[in-house]
Design a protein around this ligand. Structure first.
Ligand SMILES: Cc1cc2nc3c(=O)[nH]c(=O)nc-3n(C[C@H](O)[C@H](O)[C@H](O)COP(=O)(O)OP(=O)(O)OC[C@H]3O[C@@H](n4cnc5c(N)ncnc54)[C@H](O)[C@@H]3O)c2cc1C
Length: 388
């Protein structure tokens, strides 16, 4: 959606295809990073976007056992907004779609699921899609796969994927929330990682489990699961009964992988389609948006002039690949050194891991994760001018 907005604004004809009827799904995180807020400012959309219901968090803290450990302090970032905004992602996507719709060069087609590619020789020249009215074919100078971690487009393109594995999956569910409740909560304890995102009148809850153990948890029964949640988050003990059956609990599978190359003649992958991100660190949305900004900066002009070449697509990958590789390496490290041992731990309570203790003693250290989470390795800025 961000790439669609940027290209349409730069005078390129864009068609965004989305398979669902709306963006009202809750399987993504809600974070809007300081670097994304900078992009919104560069587009003249910052004030309007911050008028949407959201909360602002200047410091990220993790509850580890009984200790609250400050991890990231955004107040020193060289960005316009020195906080992380939490906003339901459908509100942000609806907002971007509305803003993009102001440009005559932008079109969004919902309920349109891409099922295949149209190819001429080695070149991708469009996509096949199904709609409620029947199948359609769309021809295009460039197809961008921004269809997430189960990308059909990258699979059909036959791009090689390197998988790094993830030791966990996430159980995703809602519990009601009162207006006076604290903001985002979460807890890491022996055998469990639990997060709660404030979505106004309810908590979006994520219960991290060891990969492949969902059937075991189901077999132990819903009352046992409710009790596990209540123990981790006593503040919602009186609400866990809202989980009436297992249909209220969704299993999200976590993937960590990367394609290489990100492109073929006529096709480019960005976001999770190019590099599926683990939820560790909450950075996937930032990377996806930064990919979009970089792609628009490099591709708008050749697309407008009709001179796009494979070298242009390679330039996008070259700009974005190194930062992505480094972040994924950190995620693998955190998965192996923190997530897997925590989930495997059978201790009565968890003590703060040695590697995290310096964050409690030296406040300036918290600026490092703030930079990695809030900005990343290579922040992108809007360089395309608005036309029309
Ligand atoms: C449990 C969990 C929690 C996370 N929490 C965070 C977080 O807090 N912060 C963070 O930064 N990152 C988080 N992430 C990672 C983040 O969700 C992703 O990195 C990010 O959403 C990637 O954006 P994207 O636009 O590439 O893909 P997506 O957000 O997955 O969007 C892909 C879109 O394409 C559509 N689509 C899919 N297939 C087709 C098709 N065939 N035809 C048409 N449309 C299609 C989908 O409906 C969807 O709208 C989390 C991930 C998980 C699994």
């Amino acid at each position: 959606m961000m790439l669609g907005l940027l290209l349409a604004r730069a005078g390129v004809r864009v068609l965004v295809l989305e398979k669902h009827a709306d963006f009202l799904r809750d399987f993504r995180g809600d974070t809007i990073h300081p670097s994304t807020l900078d992009v919104m400012h560069e587009l003249g959309l910052l004030d309007a976007s911050l008028r949407l219901p959201h909360s602002e968090v200047a410091e990220l803290k993790a509850q580890i056992g009984d200790v609250l450990v400050p991890i990231a302090d955004f107040r020193h970032l060289p960005t316009r907004c020195r906080f992380m905004a939490f906003m339901p992602q459908w509100d942000l996507l609806d907002f971007l779609a509305r803003e993009a719709g102001r440009f005559p060069t932008f079109q969004l087609r919902m309920k349109t699921e891409v099922t295949g590619l149209v190819e001429e020789g080695a070149r991708v020249v469009g996509v096949q899609a199904v709609t409620p009215e029947g199948p359609i074919t769309v021809r295009a100078d460039l197809v961008v796969a921004a269809d997430g971690r189960y990308s059909v487009v990258r699979e059909k393109a036959g791009l090689p994927v390197q998988e790094f594995g993830a030791p966990m999956d996430v159980l995703w569910f809602r519990l009601s929330r009162t207006a006076d409740a604290p903001q985002t909560l979460g807890r890491i304890d022996a055998g469990a990682i639990f997060i709660m995102l404030d979505r106004g009148d309810y908590w979006q809850c994520g219960y991290v489990i060891a990969k492949g153990t969902f059937e075991q948890i189901r077999a132990a029964g819903l009352p046992a699961f409710r009790e596990r949640v209540a123990r981790l988050a006593p503040a919602v003990r009186d609400r866990v009964g809202e989980l009436r059956d297992w249909n209220d609990v969704k299993l999200l599978t976590v993937r960590l992988d990367r394609v290489s190359p990100w492109h073929r003649p006529g096709l480019l992958c960005i976001g999770d389609a190019a590099h599926a991100m683990s939820p560790v660190g909450g950075v996937g949305i930032n990377l996806a948006i930064q990919d979009a900004v970089a792609a628009a900066n490099v591709l708008a002009e050749p697309l407008r002039r009709g001179t796009l070449t494979d070298a242009d697509l390679r330039r996008v990958q070259e700009r974005r690949a190194l930062g992505t590789r480094i972040v994924q390496r950190f995620q693998v490290l955190a998965q192996n050194r923190v997530v897997a041992p925590v989930l495997a731990s059978r201790a009565r309570t968890l003590t703060v891991p040695v590697g995290l203790r310096p964050f409690m003693w030296f406040p300036w250290l918290r600026r490092i994760p703030a930079r990695l989470i809030g900005i990343g390795f290579r922040p992108e800025h809007v360089q395309t001018a608005a036309r029309g």
